[in-house]
Design a protein around this ligand. Structure first.
Ligand code: PEP
Length: 242
């Protein structure tokens, strides 16, 4: 299976800097490349290289109606999004998204033909307390409850240890491999075909550590924050996954 490398631009960019970044990306053979841009720039990114898939960073759990400020999965689809990040730790921590809301958002995305990239991962305190799979298991269970085992096989997961996001401190390849293997085993135990679900690693991936992380068993690609804003770094990370 080709690896998937997804850039999460977060709330960064502008028309001019996006243009320069998108122009510098170009397709990388042997890897699926995706950029998740802020909502207002979807139209701009949609007009760029069709070899680069387009995604959003969030989606509303509802299909339509009086939800001021929200964006539906069908709207994302109209602007060429094939993916939406769901349950990023920043949304969980800063915007109060809980596990069950993340499940509902994943369900809304799938219903509109948008593949949710569901983020799971533990804080440092939870890791230190030996609770990594308790936390991730609860996060996964809420999504499984919302989707059921068949649809659960149609999502993408991203293991993003919270302590590694934007900190410069990546998980080691061993830590990532252990978590990914445990997630895959969890899926199998819960009636989901775990082999069908790509599991991305996210958390301070850089050109320097990408190849080792991507060579690790059960790591099917990456979700890249800071480094996705620097074209040469993002392209180097994509190449490391090819
Ligand atoms: C992220 O926000 O999903 C992320 C992985 O960020 P960074 O690569 O900057 O750690």
């Amino acid at each position: 299976m080709k690896k998937l490398v997804a850039g999460n631009w977060k709330m960064n960019g502008g028309l001019a800097s996006n243009r320069a970044l998108l122009d510098a990306l170009g397709p990388v053979s042997g890897v699926n490349v995706l950029v998740c841009v802020p909502y207002p720039y979807l139209a701009q990114a949609q007009q760029r290289d069709p070899a680069i898939a387009l995604g959003a960073q969030d989606v509303c759990e509802y299909a339509a109606g009086a939800y001021t400020g929200e964006v539906s999965a069908a709207m994302l689809r109209e602007f060429g999004c094939s993916y939406a990040i769901v349950g990023h730790s920043e949304r969980r921590a800063l915007f109060g998204e809980d596990d069950s809301m993340v499940g509902r958002k994943a369900s809304a995305a799938l219903a509109a033909g948008v593949t949710p990239i569901v983020c799971v991962g533990e804080t440092l305190a939870e890791r230190d307390a030996g609770r990594v799979m308790d936390v991730i298991g609860a996060q996964l269970a809420a999504v499984l409850d919302a989707l059921g085992p068949e649809a659960m096989g149609r999502i993408v997961l991203a293991y993003e240890p919270v302590w590694a996001i934007g900190t410069g401190r990546s998980a080691t390849a061993e830590q990532a491999g252990d978590a990914h293997g445990a997630i895959r085993a969890w899926l199998q135990r819960h009636g989901v075909d775990g082999r069908a679900v790509p599991i991305l690693y996210g958390g301070s991936v850089k050109p320097q550590n990408a190849a080792e992380l991507f060579a690790t068993a059960d790591v099917d690609g990456g979700l890249i924050g800071g480094a996705s804003l620097v074209a040469e770094d993002f392209v180097a990370i994509c190449r490391a996954a090819a």
